[in-house]
Design a protein around this ligand. Structure first.
Ligand code: UD1
Length: 424
């Protein structure tokens, strides 16, 4: 992993131009996991070129699948599965590896994986995943940092009520339920577009899922899935990040290949700040940022369709130069303000009190040496640096590359002065 590369940004250049939004990382990962359930070759188009997607492909290869990329298309052939263990090195690399539990268990009846460790944005427990799978007949033992999951009598349908509408738990239940015996009901299911994408793809494979996108999902187990093709939905978080980047430079941006209806949780916040946003048919957005931006009213991160926790960091960067006081309340992850101390190095005026972040807009930011310590927080530093006078150097680029496909090339193509210095 390339941990020593840096982004060098000479801020103050207005963003103007057009960006085609990449496919969604958070959709691609569970979709690749879904391929494990199919005896044959599944084809995924619009698969973003990201280190997290590479890590998912490595897991697939490790368990015996053939996995190939050609451009934006990834082909997975899970005709033969020879392994059902995900090694610790791959689990540690990406917490999202947990998403392979449901499918490996559903396909092989057993899965062994190392417990995903504490994560940089909060403790991120997996109790909801494990409790749901146990209700479906899995016997799970936790020993020496490993989870051993078996299904002595196969997985069966169950009526599961999630105490929190966890995205990952909903996905793992879907993956485990499609081949289970009988019907599974998921109450208080997550309603994120990535859940709908996964359900639509599984249905193309022959699964019987209804209600995805609503809070109760029904899955009627089937005996076999058939291979098919699927196109990954656009990445609404990446779209939101580029909108913040354009807005902070008081720029003008057209986004193509996006789905505006999936961004209703945050586009109104941009509008409240004085950014003009127009959504067009055919997956296009036009954004124009006036000279003066004002603080929005209190923003609370919420499950979909609320304001996504994943765009909280880029929005706090944007608000650092908006007139007035902005308040963000992080209700999903307890430690998602780690980027704030770095924003302060640029001159942002921010106070943190637990899950609340208060930003007093300043007239100017100025370049500094920064360190990204997680994915979205890292992207927020890029957003802020675009508006900072002088040079900003950002290390920890490997975090950003987990979710953004060549961020430096995309932003350079719309007028930013940004380059990546590769580690030697
Ligand atoms: C997914 C996304 C992530 C996004 C998050 C919330 C992927 C790969 N990641 O993460 O980008 O920020 O949804 O939209 O899709 N929780 C528990 N027990 C569990 C599971 C979750 O307490 O078993 C808690 C978590 O600690 C967290 C909250 O539920 O506080 C939300 O987590 P969840 O929705 O599961 O997020 P992820 O699926 O990990």
């Amino acid at each position: 992993m390339d941990i020593r590369s840096r982004l060098i940004i000479n801020g103050g250049k207005r963003i103007e131009g057009e960006i085609a939004v990449q496919g969604s990382k958070n959709s691609a990962l569970p979709l690749l996991s879904a391929a494990v359930l199919v005896h044959g070759e599944c084809v995924f188009h619009n698969c973003p070129r990201l280190t997290d997607v590479d890590a998912a492909c490595r897991i697939l290869t490790r368990i015996g699948c053939k996995c190939q990329r050609s451009g934006d298309t990834v082909t997975v052939d899970a005709q033969h599965i020879s392994e059902n263990e995900i090694p610790e090195s791959l689990m540690r690399r990406m917490r999202g590896s947990m998403i392979f539990l449901g499918s490996i268990l559903g396909r092989t009846g057993r899965c062994r994986l190392s417990f995903p460790g504490g994560c940089e944005i909060g403790s991120r427990p997996i109790d909801l995943h494990l409790s749901a799978l146990r209700q479906m007949g899995a016997v799970i033992t936790e020993e020496h940092g490993y989870l051993d999951c078996e299904t002595p009598t196969g997985l069966h349908g169950a009526k599961i009520t999630l105490s929190f509408s966890s995205v990952g738990a909903t996905e793992n239940i879907l993956l485990a339920a499609v081949l289970a015996n009988g019907t599974t009901e998921i109450h208080n299911a997550a309603r994120e577009p990535e859940i709908v994408d996964l359900a639509e793809c599984l249905n193309k494979f022959g699964a019987k899922i209804s209600g995805a996108g609503e809070s109760t999902i029904y899955v009627e187990g089937v005996s076999k899935l058939e291979p098919s093709e699927h196109t990954v939905i656009p990445d609404r978080i990446v779209a939101g990040t580029y909108m913040c980047a354009a807005a902070i430079t008081r720029g003008e941006l057209i986004l193509t290949h996006c789905e505006p209806s999936q961004m209703n949780g945050f586009i109104p916040v941009l509008e409240q700040m004085g950014v003009r946003v127009y959504a067009y048919g055919g997956g296009k957005i036009y954004l124009n940022s006036r000279k003066k931006l004002v603080a929005p009213s209190t923003v609370r991160t919420m499950p979909y369709p609320g304001f996504p926790t994943d765009v909280q960091a880029p929005f706090t960067a944007l608000c650092s130069t908006a007139e007035g006081t902005s308040v963000f309340v992080e209700t999903i992850f307890e430690n998602r303000f780690r980027h704030v101390s770095e924003l302060m190095r640029l001159g942002a005026s921010v106070k943190l009190e637990g899950r609340v972040c208060v930003i007093e807009g300043v007239k100017k930011l100025s370049g500094a040496k920064l360190c990204a310590s997680e994915l979205r927080g890292g992207a927020a530093l890029v957003v802020a640096a675009l508006a900072a006078d002088g040079i900003t150097e950002i290390s920890g680029v490997n975090y950003i590359e987990r979710g953004y496909e060549s961020i430096e090339n995309e932003l350079r193509s719309v007028g930013a002065d940004i380059k990546k210095i590769q580690a030697i």
